[in-house]
Design a binder for this molecule. Structure first.
Ligand SMILES: [Cu+2]
Length: 225
């Protein structure tokens, strides 16, 4: 399926108003593995799409589910601080730590071992994220530290970082269906079955918050630069 959506204005706090336009290209793929998902779209994978994942980091703890960037084994991920305060990306198991990243700067981490890594900002532990390190990944997700609403620290978090007109392709690496649904319902992948992927193209700069409809504690952001 494919189609386009014209979206109405949205407001982020008092200081940011944006007018996003998004084209939902529809569910692209079926099949099992991240490998299949990422290598099946070679024509656009390098420059126009950014990989992301829906993950169940602990199958027995539904609260551990979330959204994740992906990176090949041995690859690097760069977090750019788009906010106004210093942040960190600090693994909850201690395997990596960017240390403080000041606003406007970035930090790069190399991932040598496959796995799913949870991390937080040590300054603002409400900022949580995951990275999936997979031998099947063909490119790494650029990441950002964002403060969507400067007056609400609970809205701060980590974001997939894309350029305008790039797409984010979320691959469901879990065992249950998930969605990527805008907090204001301005975009929605609808249910993505395990092993399937869904791309969304973001045309207008801004920071877009989303959650999974069946599991609303799965939250993420997209930063469109
Ligand atoms: Cu922080």
């Amino acid at each position: 399926m494919s189609g386009s959506q014209r979206l109405s204005p949205r407001v982020w706090g008092a200081s940011r108003i944006s007018f996003p336009t998004l084209r939902q290209a529809g569910v692209l793929l079926t099949g099992g593995l991240l490998a299949a998902a990422l290598t099946a779209v070679p024509a656009v994978a390098q420059s126009n799409t950014v990989p992301a994942a829906m993950v169940e980091a602990s199958l027995t703890d539904i609260n551990a589910w979330g959204f994740a960037g992906v990176v090949p084994v041995g690859g690097t991920v760069t977090w750019s601080n788009l906010g106004t305060q210093p942040h960190t990306a600090t693994a909850t198991d201690g395997t990596f730590d960017t240390q403080l990243v000041t606003p406007g700067t970035s930090a790069t981490v190399t991932f040598a071992t496959a796995g799913t890594y949870a991390y937080i900002c040590s300054v603002h532990p409400t900022m949580k994220g995951f990275m999936v390190v997979s031998a099947d990944a063909v490119s790494a997700t650029p990441m950002a530290m964002v403060e969507p609403n400067p007056s609400d620290v609970n809205s701060w978090g980590f974001a997939v970082s894309v350029q305008a007109t790039q797409s984010v392709v979320w691959t469901n690496l879990g065992t249950q269906a998930h969605t990527v649904t805008a907090a204001d319902n301005s975009f929605d992948t609808n249910l993505v079955a395990p092993g399937s992927s869904a791309p969304l193209e973001f045309d207008t700069p801004g920071i877009y918050a989303y959650a999974c409809t069946p599991h609303p504690w799965m939250k993420g952001n997209v930063a469109v630069n």
